[in-house]
Every structure is written in structure tokens, then in C-alpha cells.
Design a protein around this ligand. Structure first.
Ligand code: KG4
Ligand code: ZN
Length: 345
């Protein structure tokens, strides 16, 4: 089955064609990141306007690369939430129009569920010894979410915990801004941190708090970290340029420590031995290496799945894959954008 996926929940305009949920025939992502780097963050109105301009060319490019025509498609999948309402509407209304005029079934996909399918689609799934086994625990870490989700099967998701305040990606983005680094903050902090780590391989990181790490909850909280970084900068503002790489490494380590520690605890508590990383923050290489070293040192029998970095951040291939494995077409009249959708709604 050949599915055209469309994703416009945040600042990307993305379209992809995926065969049988796994084989990526094309995957086009146009980002308005440059625009947002200038303003230090996303301005929703600007993101949506750019998506209106990019949507048709992205779709054309996507079909051109896949060497397909509309007649070759079996159905259309689209992200209908959560996300920015103006942005979501661009993709949803485009998909509804195409569904009507091309007479193809339309499958609305939850963006957060889509992120999890980065573990099932593409090279990633081919190179693995096997596809992820169920039950699995998914850690969805993006710009707006930090969710732990128990996945018993395709279509059987149970939400375990989320953040009480900022999301992990948001913590990267906000602290990057304080450190004078560009948007998006995650890759910028990771690059600075890597410089420090190369120069100081044995460094013991301890400067910033690890919120809720020892408490009896799987909830997250990252807003205190931003305050701690701000205080550290204010205590000696003139040294920021000299300390930027160190503070970036300390920030990354604090976020990664909490994510790894609590996810492994949850995996043991729920008796699962498969962990799936998902969302933009899952592109962080330090997160992956820390997970692997902790699993090894504790002798846990856990299988960690980490998608290719390009599939962790927003794209439409994961949306088409999620639609294939959860194939519930809906008449186009019944599909509406929902900015506040949760992972299990
Ligand atoms: O999933 P995503 O592309 O969009 C949302 O659904 O939010 O995630 C974007 C988030 C941003 O906060 C960005 O800073 C973060 O993912 N991110 C990273 C890395 N690449 C992207 N965070 C840490 N390390 C990275 N390499
Ligand atoms: Zn996302």
C-alpha cells in the first residue's frame, strides 16, 4: 500500500511517500527555520504563511522523487494535531482537498504517535536485527512534549507520564537562548557540548539540578533548569563567552541524565524490554550514548531503538508509516485540525 503523508504541525512543511509503512520512496522537508533563527523562535503566523507558500511545491517534489502520479497512491495521511493551529490547517485542508479530488481515503494521524513510527520506517527498520518488539516503552521528546508511553501493540498506547512544565526540547531551546546560541537550541547546545566533552573527556558534570530524578514519579519538570542556567550566567556575566561550551555541556548532561534515568526506571517498573526513542530530542547523540552505557553498566536486558536523526525531527514519512500501521480512514468532512490533541486521544 502506497501512502502519501503530509505534516505541517510546527514550522516544517513536509510530504513523503511510503510503501507498506516501511519503505520510504520520498521524504521532502521544507523548513522555515532560517526565518525563525533570525527571530530566536517560532512566530506562528509567519510559520503558517510560509507553509501556505511551500505546500504545493513540496508535494510536487515529493511525487517527482517517488516517480509517482496521484493515481498510484492508495491513500493520504495527515497530521491533525497537536501543534500550531494555523500550521496544522495548511496540511489538513490540503489533505482534505486532495482526498476529495483524487478520491483517496484520508487517515488523520496524531503527530506524537507519528514520532514513534520513526522506529518502524526507513533504513532504520531495515538495518535492525528485527523491528521493535511489543510491549515497548516510548520516550517522546520534542519541542512541546516529554511523554512516556506504553505501547502494547500498534494502536494500543497507554500514556504513563508527561512534563509538569517545560518539555525537554523547550529546555534545550530556552537555555540555548540564555547562552547566546541560535534556535533551535538542541543541535546548537549539542555542538557546543561536544567541543567541551572532547577537551574534557573525564569531566564530572554536576552544576545543574536533575529535577524529580529520585522521586517516586515518572513525571518530568525542566523549567527549574532554565532558572539555574540563568543564575549561573548572572553570577558572572563577563565570563559567558569563555564558559559557553562548559555550560552547554552541563545543560545537556542534566537533561540527558534525567531522561535516561527515569526512562530506565519506568521500563523496569512496567516490565518491558524494548525502549523506543522518538521526537526531535532523540536526535541527540549524547542521549543515545548515555542510554547505551547505562543499559550496559546495569546489565539490563533492554533493546534500545533510536531512529536516524533525520527521522527524529518533524517529517511526513513517519506520518505515512503511522497511518499504514493504524489504518483507519475517515471521510474528509470528519477530519479537523486539533491543536490540543494528546498522545492517547
Ligand atoms: O520533534 P521536533 O522536530 O518538533 C516538535 O514536534 O516539537 O522537535 C524539535 C525539538 C526542538 O526543541 C529542538 O531543539 C530539539 O527537538 N532537537 C534537539 C536536537 N535536534 C533537535 N535536541 C537535542 N539535541 C539535538 N540534536
Ligand atoms: Zn514533532
Amino acid at each position: 500500500m502506497i501512502i502519501l503523508g503530509i505534516e505541517t504541525s510546527c514550522d516544517e512543511t513536509a510530504a513523503a511517500v511510503v510503501e507498506d509503512g516501511v519503505k520510504i520512496l520520498s521524504n521532502v522537508v521544507a523548513s522555515s527555520q532560517e526565518l525563525h533563527t533570525k527571530t530566536g523562535g517560532i512566530i506562528p503566523e509567519m510559520a503558517a504563511r510560509q507553509q501556505v507558500v511551500s505546500m504545493i511545491p513540496v508535494l510536487q517534489e515529493c511525487l517527482r522523487i517517488a516517480k509517482l502520479k496521484s493515481q498510484d497512491l492508495n491513500s493520504i495521511a495527515v497530521t491533525y494535531g497537536p501543534g500550531l493551529i494555523g500550521s496544522l490547517l495548511v496540511g489538513v485542508e490540503t489533505a482534505k482537498t486532495l482526498s476529495l479530488i483524487w478520491e483517496k481515503p484520508l487517515i488523520p494521524v496524531n503527530h506524537l504517535v507519528g514520532h514513534i513510527y520513526a522506529n518502524f520506517v526507513g533504513e532504520n527498520s531495515k538495518s535492525k536485527v528485527q523491528n521493535p518488539k511489543f510491549p515497548a516503552l516510548a520516550l517522546v521528546v520534542s519541542g512541546g512534549h516529554t511523554d512516556l508511553v506504553l505501547m502494547k501493540d500498534h494502536g494500543s498506547l497507554t500514556w504513563i507520564s508527561g512534563t509538569r512544565d517545560d518539555a525537554a526540547g523547550e529546555a534545550f531551546d530556552k537555555t540555548a537562548r540564555l547562552l547566546g546560541l541560535p534556535y533551535p537550541g538542541g543541535p546548537a547546545i549539542a555542538a557546543e557540548a561536544a567541543k567541551f566533552q572532547t577537551q574534557n573527556p573525564k569531566f564530572k558534570y554536576k552544576l545543574f539540578p536533575r529535577p524529580l530524578i529520585d522521586q517516586d514519579t515518572f513525571d518530568w519538570s525542566f523549567s527549574g533548569l532554565k532558572t539555574a542556567v540563568l543564575r549561573e550566567i548572572q553570577s558572572s556575566p563577563t565570563t559567558l563567552a569563555l564558559r559557553r561550551v562548559e555550560l552547554a555541556a552541563e545543560t545537556q548532561e542534566a537533561i540527558v541524565d534525567v531522561l535516561v534515568n527515569k526512562t530506565l526506571k519506568a521500563a523496569r517498573a512496567y516490565g518491558v524490554d524494548t525502549i523506543l526513542l522518538a521526537g526531535g530530542v532523540a536526535a541527540n547523540q549524547r542521549l543515545k550514548s548515555k542510554f547505551l552505557s547505562e543499559i550496559k553498566s546495569k546489565g539490563d536486558n533492554l533493546h534500545l531503538h533510536v531512529p536516524d536523526p533525520g527521522l527524529c525531527t518533524d517529517n511526513a514519512a513517519v506520518i505515512a508509516s503511522a497511518a499504514y500501521f493504524n489504518f483507519y480512514p475517515i471521510d474528509w468532512k470528519g477530519v479537523d485540525a486539533n491543536p490540543n490533541l494528546t498522545i492517547t486521544s
